[in-house]
Design a protein around this ligand. Structure first.
Ligand code: PMP
Length: 387
């Protein structure tokens, strides 16, 4: 295991004078805290002896039913019994990798991919093979080639790990027209699909896409989370697995944590029952859209020629490529001195690719701060180009 570059950056990036386009923390300012506080107090007075007690490793039954309502928004018809509630989807990633991967097994992931997933795969000594994306997400032919190459080298590919919607860090979405093809390629190769979908409900126009899980329920494990649609600090996520896998996941979850936190699950469940959670998600969409617009218009206005970037339709992130000759990791200390932070691209690859890339997140700072951050970043890039 190695230290995550993203985490190391947090300390500097959180200094108040630095505009951080680095972190991926959801912006919770719009949550109705007083009314949530009232519900939590009611929960403890009314059902405290259950809420403060151990629970089932599976998760609280009422919450698992509500999770089915959430997934139905993307066409998934799961059964509550096939859901395993986890400590964030990060834990779901951990137990899925634990039950499937032996050291040396291959996991296919988009390049770039989510840094937390790469950390998990590394901790089980799985080998990550990256497959390229374009503006429409994972490229089917590149996936075919990667599978063929792995097969010809006698490698065991355990699963494809994919973030189809509003990708972290790439900011792209898998085209609907590619979804069935990708599923078919995996099915033919006998490779399971892990669909990681924490941002799927954060489309800026309220748009949703059919989940891979809805198209091939027997070969897809779907990972979901309340971190971006409600409250990341509660650490409530889930896995929806094919029936045969579900039991193994419960055993692995039990071994890891006995059960997910009962109180937190009940808070989520009560919140969903008593609040307009869909309306809340709409207000998150609008807030993030405004921030995305601030970032994109700032980039358009200030970035030197030769920089290119993705244009996300949802989620938190833009992925930028800078002109040849600039190394985003080497440049990072100079950016921090200029009071702007980003995450260098290499952290999102298992193979140290990404030296000319960076992730810019627009989820947390205000639009004004984002515009200021982009101005500062542009100055640093201009200076690098003059060196
Ligand atoms: N997957 C992706 C793609 C993410 O971006 C994140 C959080 N940044 C997670 C999983 C983990 O989310 P959580 O554990 O908070 O549910």
């Amino acid at each position: 295991m190695t230290a995550s570059e993203v985490r190391a950056l947090f300390a500097v990036a959180s200094r108040p004078e630095v505009v951080s386009l680095a972190g991926g923390m959801p912006n919770l300012a719009a949550l109705p805290l007083d009314s949530i506080a009232g519900e939590v107090a009611g929960l403890i007075t009314g059902e405290g002896l259950v809420a403060l007690q151990y629970g089932s490793a599976h998760g609280v039954p009422a919450l698992r039913e509500q999770i089915c309502d959430v997934m139905a928004l993307e066409g998934v018809s799961g059964h509550p019994d096939d859901i395993v509630v986890t400590v964030g989807s990060q834990m779901a990633l951990d137990i899925v990798t634990r039950i499937f991967c032996d050291p040396g097994d291959v996991v296919i992931a988009e390049g770039p991919s989510y840094v937390g997933a790469l950390g998990t795969f590394a901790s089980y000594q799985a080998q990550v093979v990256h497959v390229e994306m374009d503006s429409e997400g994972l490229v089917p032919d590149a996936l075919r080639q990667a599978l063929a190459a792995a097969a010809s080298q006698g490698q065991r590919v355990k699963f494809l790990y994919t973030i189809p919607n509003f990708h972290n860090p790439a900011g792209v979405t898998l085209a609907v027209s590619r979804r069935a093809e990708i599923l078919e390629i995996c099915r033919q190769a006998g490779v399971l699909v892990i669909e990681d979908n924490p941002y799927g409900l954060l489309g800026f126009d309220g748009q949703t896409y059919p989940a891979l899980r809805s198209m091939d329920p027997d070969n897809v494990i779907y990972l979901g989370s309340f971190s971006k649609t409600f409250a990341s600090g509660l650490r409530v996520g889930w896995a929806l697995a094919p029936h045969a896998v579900r039991e193994k996941l419960v055993l692995a979850a039990e071994a890891a944590a006995l059960c997910p936190p009962t109180l937190n699950q009940m808070i989520v469940s009560r919140y969903m029952a008593t609040h307009d959670w869909k309306g809340q998600i709409k207000s998150f969409q609008q807030m993030y859209r405004e921030r995305r617009d601030a970032l994109l218009s700032g980039l358009e206005q200030h970035m030197p020629a030769g920089c290119t970037w993705t244009k996300p339709e949802g989620g938190f992130f833009v992925w930028m490529t800078v002109p040849e000759g600039i190394d985003t990791k080497a440049m990072q200390p100079r950016a921090v001195t200029a009071r702007v932070a980003y995450v260098p691209g290499t952290g999102f690859y298992a193979d140290r690719f990404g030296t000319r890339q960076m992730r810019l997140s627009f989820c947390y700072p205000t639009p004004e701060r984002i515009r200021e951050g982009v101005r500062r970043l542009a100055v640093v890039l201009e200076q690098e180009l003059e060196l």
